[in-house]
Design a binder for this molecule. Structure first.
Ligand code: AMP
Ligand code: ZN
Length: 666
């Protein structure tokens, strides 16, 4: 088999596995096996850039950066839908349309997915464009981002037409949404409010590699184009499914409004079993000929109607408000409710988010409040039933002091959350920070768990993470349920953590807004904790991808005597506070801020070595040429289309040796 055949075979195989996994939810190989095959394909493509394909399964990881999304005029306007809320509304609609078309009317009932509308264009079976709805007439070209969504086929299967547009909804399933929020909270960031806004926000991220990390899905519902040979909406769905799109198979045909209402009633009850959010049903006239006769009003098709579910709400009494203090000192007000059944669970608490929210809702203790449960972890309060407000009720006054340590709270300009500034003296902050320090992605200390950390702090054995290194077995054995063996493991685990590399230690310190990626960036740029702590805010913002919020937070951390003392102690215990000599070798900042494309085959280095050289010298490897490309390193066999693109954009092309000279290796 030739290399080209091998590459094509792997691409086909991976496409099929992607389809089984993301569209059918029925994988036939393990994630591990999938990764091995993907890596194999990546390696072959790296070595043979002449077989580059923008729609290869390797292109799903993203990496393209978009500064301004290009505006695209929709070939067919993207309309809204009219809404209905009752049986009467639907019957009125039927009466209206029956006057406009002849013959019996059959309906397709579908779910109304709550996400961001999307228009995808395919030519010769390849995805060529993905555009947001925008104002309905024109939207943003977000192709690079949408390519990373695994349920969007990059290449179709079956007997698809040469050119068509397909519409759907990009949604963020609850499970992935909740996981993203857990991570944000762990990094000291505010949680996202709901899956819909997060999905549409994701499409506008400038770095497609970030989008690739989000578990978005694309659910399709309508095909547009010429000479498609499709005569009904139901066929639309079947065809799309056959070509490889994800089309939920809940759609049903209905011969009357009674049938439609049956569908509505079923899903009103069962929608909470779905993995993503739905806010109603969309009823469409099934016959496309009839649809055409009915046409559009100024804003919506006459042939379709949305039926909105009533939000699942209950009312109950607000007994009290408590205030929680997080690891970063952020205060979250929580409503304690009279327990009530809602969507199959008993609800006792609801989030109130922050002081502004309390003020906006004007919720008061003793009020009867409306509570709604989306797919979020904790339900939300929608409003107050003022008719039931007790006469004695008084406005809620937000706390001014930390409920844990009594310190006066602060609130920064432009931020919604109040903070307890008692960084090193407030128990939940101390415990949270040490729990973060030992966590798997940070110092990964085996034998020590979150509850033990709380015990150690509450017993007064440790006050910050540097104290961990002075713990003795004799001190920990008396702790609850601590057997001798466990005590040994704990001490051993702590001792082992001095081998964790600097970038992870930096993340472990728990500086607000310094997540894993930022920690890596800072470690690479500054190479030691001393250099970071000496950097001014102005220095910090000059580092690629470090914004003012992060810079301020880092400078703030190191302006504290106490923090510097703790870091100093970590150093004495042997924790890695600089990049090791091995890591340091051959690393410079010569290419900092530059985005470099590698193309072709090289003589003295492999493509992968070349990419590593770029990264070791502070540059960024980008997979496609754009106006932001700093230069291209070209070897033999650079593709003609890439060459043309580089010339059009006036981007320098340098040879392998010119490149090595740049980084002073030649
Ligand atoms: P609205 O934005 O409330 O006017 O509703 C129209 C939007 O509903 C469309 O732009 C689609 O994004 C969305 N939608 C969700 N599910 C469907 C579906 N099954 N059929 C048509 N539109 C849908
Ligand atoms: Zn406090």
């Amino acid at each position: 088999m030739s290399i080209e055949q091998k590459i094509n075979q792997l691409r086909d195989e991976l496409r099929a596995h992607n389809y089984n996994y993301y569209v059918l939810d029925a994988p036939t190989i393990s994630d591990y096996e999938f990764d091995i095959k993907l890596k194999e394909l990546q390696a072959l493509e790296d070595e043979h850039p002449e077989f580059y394909d923008a729609n290869s399964p390797t292109q799903r990881v993203g990496g393209e950066v978009t500064k301004n999304f290009e505006t695209v005029v929709h070939e067919n306007r993207m309309y809204s839908l009219d809404n209905s809320y009752s049986k009467e509304d639907l019957q009125d609609w039927e009466t209206r349309i029956k006057k406009l078309v002849d013959g019996a009317i059959q309906y397709t009932c579908e779910l109304k997915y709550d996400g961001a509308s999307m228009s995808l264009t395919y030519e010769n079976g390849m995805l060529v464009r993905a555009v947001t709805r925008g104002d309905g007439f024109q939207g943003d070209n977000v192709t690079a981002n949408v390519k990373t969504i695994k349920s969007v086929p990059l290449q179709l299967k079956g007997d698809y037409p040469p050119k068509f547009e397909i519409r759907g909804e990009i949604v963020l399933p609850f499970e992935g949404f909740n996981k993203m929020n857990e991570e944000r909270i762990a990094n000291g960031e505010e949680a996202y409010r709901n899956p819909r806004n997060t999905a549409s926000g994701s499409l506008k991220l400038q770095n497609s590699a970030e989008v690739a990390k989000r578990p978005l899905e694309c659910l399709l519902y309508s095909i547009k184009g010429e000479n498609l040979g499709i005569t009904t909406q139901f066929e639309n769905l079947e065809k799309a499914r056959a070509w490889g799109f994800k089309v939920p198979d809940v759609a049903k045909l209905a011969n009357s409004i009674e049938d439609v209402l049956e569908f509505v009633a079923y899903w009103d009850e069962h929608r909470h079993d779905l993995p993503y959010e739905t806010d109603g049903v969309v009823v469409k006239v099934n016959d496309l000929q009839q649809q055409e006769e009915l046409g559009y009003t100024a804003k919506a098709p006459r042939w379709a109607m949305a039926y909105k579910f009533k939000a699942e709400q209950v009312s109950t009494r607000l007994n009290s408000i408590s205030y929680q203090v997080g690891r970063t000192g952020a205060i979250t007000p929580v409503a304690n409710l009279e327990p009530v059944d809602l969507a199959g669970t008993t609800v006792k608490r609801a989030s109130l988010h922050n002081a502004d929210q309390i003020e906006k809702l004007d919720v008061r203790i003793g009020d009867t409040v409306y509570v709604e449960k989306g797919g979020e972890i904790i339900p939300k309060i929608l409003g107050v039933d003022l008719s039931k407000r007790p006469q004695t009720s008084e406005p809620t006054i937000y706390i001014e002091h930390c409920p844990e340590c009594g310190t006066t709270l602060i609130r920064k300009e432009g931020e919604a959350q109040h903070y307890c500034p008692n960084y090193n003296g407030c128990n939940p902050q101390i415990i949270g920070r040490i729990q973060h320090y030992i966590s798997r992605k940070a110092m990964d200390i085996e034998g020590l768990g979150g509850e033990t950390v709380a015990l150690l702090v509450n017993e007064g054995l440790i006050k910050n993470y540097s104290d961990l290194y002075e713990l003795t077995k004799e001190q920990v054995i008396p702790l609850e349920r601590m057997a001798e063996k466990s005590a040994d493991n704990l001490i051993e685990g702590i001792a082992q953590s001095v081998n964790i590399p600097f970038e992870r230690v930096l993340y472990a310190l728990g500086i607000r807004y310094v997540g894993e990626t930022v920690a890596k960036k800072l470690a690479k740029h500054y190479k030691s904790i001393d250099a970071i702590s000496n950097a001014t805010e102005e220095d910090l913002v000059n580092v690629d991808e470090i914004g003012t919020k992060i810079a301020e937070s880092v400078a703030d951390f190191f302006s504290s005597e106490e923090n510097n003392g703790i870091v100093e102690r970590l150093k004495q215990f042997g924790v890695q506070l600089e990049i090791s000599a091995e890591q340091l070798e051959g690393q410079t900042n010569i290419l900092e801020g530059q985005s470099i494309v590698v193309s072709g085959v090289f003589e003295s280095v492999s493509r992968n070595e070349l990419k590593k050289l770029i990264e070791d010298n502070g540059g960024k490897v980008s997979s496609s040429i754009s106006s932001k490309t700093s230069f291209i390193v070209a070897g033999d066999n650079m593709g003609p289309s890439k060459k043309q693109k580089a010339e059009n954009l006036n981007i320098d092309i340098v040879s392998e040796y010119q490149f090595l000279q740049k980084i002073k290796l030649f």
